[in-house]
Design a protein around this ligand. Structure first.
Ligand code: SAM
Ligand code: SF4
Length: 332
């Protein structure tokens, strides 16, 4: 495998790297974390800014990665975020750089991140109602998120995409209102099916709002037609809204899995490679890094990790096991 990109035995090539910068968060979304939070990773196990940049450099220069998305936990909580983005933007073969955030603090940070080299952001927003926001996230921060969205557009971190998870009996009646809001402000809205990745293991397939239900709800207020643009490995299936050019996306990770086209590789904040969100195993790069291994040895370990990627997540298999780490620690 030496000298190749991140191939797996089913012919997929990972070019999209998700980097989790922290497992900590300032919200407690019910589908992700328990209200009391989680035992955070010890500081000594978290990669330093320099270690993260070195791994991104290896991914970009030796392994064919072309896109890097920073996530978490809440990546805006990482003090070195701006320095990490600056260093990654200066790499040879500069990758596309984006960030997935809950938007808290974005108002203050957006313009500096753009200057550092960030290309765009995804902001998570599940409701426009302050009381529901509290019910879902256990915090009263809706105004911060809305100001963060505005700041992202003003800073040119565009297209700004919104990620929404619908929960039965909580915000499942809000799909049309969220799309109206997104259209008004020029945000690209994408709904994500809830996945079994919460720390509490409370996910229940029959409770999940499916892609089909989301589309049915949107169709009551909008005319959706298939987007002729090529999907090209993107997880979201997109539809033109009222003839376009505005679009809406639905990521049917559970009911419409896209594993056959998956092009992702994941690095956790403590330096583990995961070849899939749902992988039950991880490959340690932190130990190699800290033992003084050369770039090629690290690249080889990364290639091996990806070669073992399974063909699909298997959520529908009776023997499916939820990964030990929750979404916030893997990096969503
Ligand atoms: N804190 C940031 C945020 O919320 O955008 C980044 C990390 S968060 C884990 C990344 C994305 O994963 C968010 O859009 C969130 O809604 C989504 N997410 C978290 N848990 C999920 C679950 N169980 N199923 C589906 N999406 C989930
Ligand atoms: Fe935090 Fe994002 Fe998880 Fe919500 S989804 S608790 S914002 S990491």
């Amino acid at each position: 495998m030496t000298g190749t990109g991140l191939l797996d035995r089913y012919g997929r090539r990972a070019v999209d790297l998700r980097v989790s910068l922290t497992d900590r968060c300032n919200l407690r979304c019910s589908y992700c974390m328990p209200p009391e939070g989680l035992p955070w990773l010890p500081k000594a196990e978290i990669l330093t800014d320099e270690e993260i940049v070195r791994l991104v450099r290896i991914a970009v220069t030796l392994l064919g990665v072309t896109e890097v998305r920073f996530t978490g936990g809440e990546p805006l909580l990482r003090p070195g975020l701006s320095a990490i983005v600056t260093a990654c933007a200066q790499l040879a073969n500069r990758p596309k750089l984006s960030l997935t955030t809950n938007g808290i603090g974005l108002e203050r940070l957006a313009s500096g991140l753009k200057t550092a080299g960030l290309d765009r952001v995804n902001v998570s927003l599940d409701t426009l109602d302050a009381q529901r926001f509290h019910e879902i996230t256990h915090r009263d921060r809706l105004p911060d998120v809305l100001r963060g969205l505005t700041a992202a557009v003003d800073a040119g971190l565009t297209p700004v995409k919104i990620n929404t998870v619908l929960l039965r009996g909580v915000n499942d009646d809000e799909a049309p209102a969220l799309l109206t809001f997104a259209l008004k402000h020029g945000y690209e809205l994408r709904f994500i099916e809830q996945m079994p990745l919460d720390a509490q293991h409370g996910w229940n397939r029959s409770e999940m709002i499916t892609a089909e239900e989301i589309l049915a709800a949107l169709n009551t207020s909008f005319d959706l037609s298939p987007d002729p643009a090529e999907r090209a490995g993107a997880p979201a299936e997109t539809w033109l809204v009222n003839g376009g050019p505005a679009k809406v996306g639905v990521i049917g990770s559970v009911t419409r899995p896209f594993c056959g086209d998956c092009d992702r590789t994941r690095l956790t904040a403590d330096g583990q490679i995961r070849n899939c969100l749902f992988a039950t195993g991880e490959t340690d790069l932190r130990g190699l890094l800290r033992s003084g291994a050369p770039d090629e040895a690290i690249a080889d370990r990364w290639r091996e990790a990806m070669w073992g990627k399974l063909p699909g997540h298997g959520i529908d298999n009776p023997e499916f096991l939820q990964p030990a780490r929750p979404m916030s620690a893997i990096g969503g």
